[in-house]
Design a protein around this ligand. Structure first.
Ligand SMILES: NC(=O)c1ccc[n+]([C@@H]2O[C@H](COP(=O)([O-])OP(=O)(O)OC[C@H]3O[C@@H](n4cnc5c(N)ncnc54)[C@H](OP(=O)(O)O)[C@@H]3O)[C@@H](O)[C@H]2O)c1
Length: 228
């Protein structure tokens, strides 16, 4: 697929690198031409021989080129980005991997903790770019995890829960997760994306506190997830 990556930071490198390796056509669009070129060069260097060379472009060019757009920028950048380019996202599958983390000022001294600066970023993107087919995905884990190769833990392949309203867009995101050797977990409509956003801030808080979030969740067979 033609994927436009908006942003040239950690998430752009992690997800873009993986998709380039399996043969997707990528254009990195960043506000700094230098950053876009540097990331494209880095990905190209790591994917020899490549079916497609990753290119560097402006944000507008990357959106115009793409069937799928990954928004890999800070939440604080979204208002301006969508005001300027929202119309360009029409008919695109737009993957929102953002997290609206901000420091939890009420955390005890020395503790690293976060709260959300807003409760529903993906819904805001969809309402601003009303013709985009927005899917929330890949926000739960650190870029280093998405960039890793061996994501099978205790015999279970790492899953990617994702939320969206457009059936075709959901299927495309599922395929893109599988391309990264991850297990897609369709998790409902875009109105549920806020739960993914809340899960991220809650889980990351546990990890920063040194607690293994995984230990709080039993396997499916022990979860009593049956209708009475
Ligand atoms: N890193 C993670 O582990 C992780 C995990 C899950 C979700 N996320 C989310 O993914 C998103 C990207 O995170 P990241 O870690 O990749 O960030 P990052 O490494 O800091 O990169 C952010 C990118 O966004 C660009 N950017 C910043 N402000 C911008 C603006 N106003 N307009 C256009 N571009 C702008 C930056 O450009 P400059 O270089 O020019 O500043 C940079 O290319 C964030 O929303 C984050 O919450 C991150």
């Amino acid at each position: 697929m033609r994927i436009g990556i908006i942003g040239a930071g950690s998430m752009a490198a992690a997800l873009g690198g993986g998709w380039a390796r399996v043969g997707h056509e990528l254009l990195i669009g960043a506000r700094s031409a230098r950053s876009a070129r540097d990331l494209a060069d880095t990905i190209n260097a790591g994917t020899e021989p490549a079916r497609h060379r990753v290119g560097a472009a402006t944000i507008a060019e990357a959106m115009d080129f793409a069937e799928v757009v990954l928004l890999a920028v800070p939440v604080a950048a979204l208002t301006e980005l969508l005001d300027e380019h929202g119309e360009r996202l029409a008919d695109r599958v737009v993957i929102d991997c953002t997290n609206a983390f901000q420091p939890d000022e009420s955390a005890p001294d020395g503790a690293t903790a976060f709260v959300l600066s807003e409760p529903a970023v993906a819904e805001r993107i969809a309402s601003r770019a009303s013709r985009a087919r927005v899917v929330k995905a890949f926000n739960l884990l650190a870029a280093e995890v998405w960039a890793g190769e061996d994501r099978v833990f205790d015999g279970v392949r790492l899953a990617v829960p994702f939320c969206g309203d457009d059936e075709t867009a959901m299927r495309i995101v599922a395929d893109l997760a599988e391309d990264l050797a991850l297990q897609p977990f369709p998790a409902g409509g875009l109105h549920r994306a806020r739960y993914l956003e809340a899960t991220a801030v809650f889980t990351v808080g546990l990890w920063f506190a040194g607690l293994d979030a995984r230990a709080a969740l039993p396997p499916l067979t022990a979860a009593f997830a049956v209708a009475d």
